[in-house]
Design a protein around this ligand. Structure first.
Ligand code: NAG
Ligand code: NAG
Ligand code: NAG
Ligand code: NAG
Ligand code: NAG
Ligand code: NAG
Ligand code: NAG
Length: 502
């Protein structure tokens, strides 16, 4: 029956979907609380058209930490949570804004205990309509619904004794690609557990909504998370492309295959293909004191991060008009200042004083645009805030760990090599996994499973031969007369063969 509350619900939905074509991608990644294993903290970033119902980011909003309303809600295991955000970045040139926020879920309050009755896997998602009008393979267009979903597992990892932390990533809302020029879009990733990270195109509605098409004429390197656009395969039709990737993490040494990751983190953004007469070699460049791609900077207790981002236009007569960023919450970018002696050169100052709530890794990306709307390559780096009282516990007797000790911001944990697990009692001692007890199917029915340090052996029972996973009856060749021994020799049956004794 449709009650009054149902009617209100539908009215709200209609209001929310009035404004179309304003979504500019996003990401979300969850990390278990250091001290309380029922809590998980999820950090998200989302992008919108600069002027949209979600709010409008400007320098005042960034400088004053204004909370923007956002639009819609995250669907979490404890119900719906508003998708509000604090502005971090915006581009007037490219008409986008981005912001970040975090939500904390107490899994004790989770209505749905698990999405899979046998594991501690949870999902958090955000959906709505619409992306901007985007081009589909074959040149058709549509205004796709968006769907941003993360999946995480709160069960205790055998190798670290803690639940897994999802990898983190960051992306500009928009990448501009000149149709006639080869280009590479590099998506940065970090994983605080030191796991291997891989990227895939999202392909199911629950993860990419209606925007699941790969970028044409390009290849995704799953290991490096780089999309290489190659014009020898064809040129992009000018217009917009919505890209949805899923990032997975795997324990060190595990075979990383799509779908088998410890967690799934979405990253979505737009690619804008355009035509221009500017030669491909005349893109603006990041120069001077600008940090290098892949730099890692550790910020100590109470520290402030300062950087200068400098860029030069390469086209004759062009100037730098914007240096756009993808920043952590609270980072301040100065106005762009053009070098009075070199009008093609300009810079911004960056200042960041991380708060205690920002312990750990953060990705920071930047690129420059010139007055022809050409883009430099993007660079991304990692900032690690180690907080007020970080002590490297591993320096003290290896943290009392029997094997590896991993220091983290504000804490530490022990880790074990493959084939061993952390003792449930103290989370410090690595114990051999008794593979035989854990999985009775490992060896053949007619074999014995022998546990060894870090591994196991299957040995066929007496009267059988084989490698232990396959054992067949050892035929007594002596008895059945096919041994070929001289009639006065002894014939001794050996597993799988026979031997002569004269
Ligand atoms: C919990 O789940 C049930 C069944 O899906 C649903 O009817 C109920 O509204 C949910 N409660 C909350 C607080 O989300
Ligand atoms: C639940 O998880 C187990 C173990 O990962 C898996 O084998 C099973 O297929 C999953 N079931 C469903 C319904 O997803
Ligand atoms: C798509 O449009 C471009 C021109 O913008 C054209 O070169 C290309 O052949 C078209 N592709 C298809 C599959 O129609
Ligand atoms: C583009 O593709 C061609 C043909 O497959 C290949 O030879 C070339 O190396 C590629 N270029 C880049 C930059 O990947
Ligand atoms: C950056 O800071 C330095 C030192 O305070 C100052 O001299 C310079 O003008 C600033 N540059 C910009 C682009 O604001
Ligand atoms: C290691 O064990 C000693 C003795 O029990 C204890 O004093 C010390 O705090 C422990 N160190 C760590 C890092 O847990
Ligand atoms: C002897 O054993 C072999 C190997 O299993 C078998 O191929 C052969 O038929 C047997 N011969 C007799 C006489 O039983």
């Amino acid at each position: 029956m449709l009650g009054p509350s149902t009617v209100v619900f539908f009215t709200l939905l209609a209001a929310a979907s009035v404004e179309a074509s304003h979504f500019r991608g996003g990401t979300i990644s969850c990390t278990p609380d250091m001290d309380n294993m029922d809590l998980v903290h999820c950090n998200y970033r989302m992008g919108w058209r600069l002027s949209s119902n979600a709010g409008e980011c400007d320098q005042f909003a960034i400088d004053n930490n204004v909370l923007m309303g956002g639009e819609g809600t995250w669907d979490t295991p404890i119900g719906r949570v508003p998708a509000s955000f604090y502005c971090t970045d915006f581009s007037e040139q490219e008409d986008w804004q981005q912001g970040v926020n975090s939500l904390t879920v107490n899994l004790r309050d989770a209505n749905v205990t698990t999405t899979n009755g046998t594991t501690d896997t949870y999902t958090i998602s955000f959906d709505g309509c619409c992306w901007i009008t985007v081009i589909r393979p074959g040149n058709g267009t549509h205004d796709p619904d968006w769907q941003v979903t993360t999946q995480f597992d709160m069960s205790r990892r055998a190798d670290t004794g803690r639940p897994n932390s999802s990898p983190i990533t960051a992306s500009s809302a928009i990448y501009r690609v000149q149709s006639s020029c080869d280009d590479v879009i590099r998506i940065p990733t970090e994983d605080s557990d030191g796991d291997t990270v891989k990227c895939y195109y999202s392909s199911v509605f629950a993860e990419c909504g209606e925007a699941c098409d790969p970028l044409p004429f390009s290849q995704l390197n799953e290991d490096t998370c780089e999309i290489t656009y190659n014009t020898t395969h064809g040129e992009l039709t000018p217009g917009w492309y919505a890209i949805a990737l899923t990032i997975e993490d795997y324990p060190p040494g595990a075979a990383g295959t799509a779908g088998s990751g410890l967690s799934r983190v979405p990253v979505q953004f737009l690619v804008n293909a355009y035509t221009s007469n500017t030669p491909c070699s005349l893109k603006p460049q990041l120069v001077g004191r600008t940090p290098e791609a892949g730099d890692r900077v550790v910020i100590p207790a109470g520290g402030v991060y300062h950087a200068v981002l400098e860029a030069e236009a390469a086209s004759p007569g062009a100037s730098i008009v914007e240096i756009s960023t993808v920043s952590p919450h609270g980072m301040i970018k100065s106005d762009l200042v053009t070098d009075p002696d070199m009008p093609h050169r300009a810079s911004v100052n960056i200042t960041w004083s991380p708060t205690l709530a920002q312990l750990g890794q953060h990705i920071f990306c930047f690129r420059a645009q010139d007055s022809n709307m050409e883009n430099s390559d993007q660079r991304c780096m990692t900032l690690v805030y180690i907080g007020t009282h970080d002590v490297d516990e591993c320096m003290d007797n290896n943290g009392n760990c029997s094997h590896a000790c991993v220091n983290t911001a504000g804490s530490y944990h022990c880790a074990c090599p493959g084939g061993m697990v952390l003792s449930q009692e103290d989370n410090k001692e690595c114990e051999d996994i008794d593979e035989c007890a854990r999985n009775p199917e490992l060896c053949h029915d007619n074999a014995e499973c022998i546990n060894t340090y870090g591994s196991y052996i299957c040995e066929c029972d007496v009267g059988y031969v084989g490698d232990g996973t396959v054992c067949r009856i050892d035929v007594d060749e002596c008895a059945n007369g096919t041994h070929g021994c001289h009639e006065h020799a002894h014939c001794i049956d050996l597993p799988g063969s026979h031997e002569l004794h004269l």
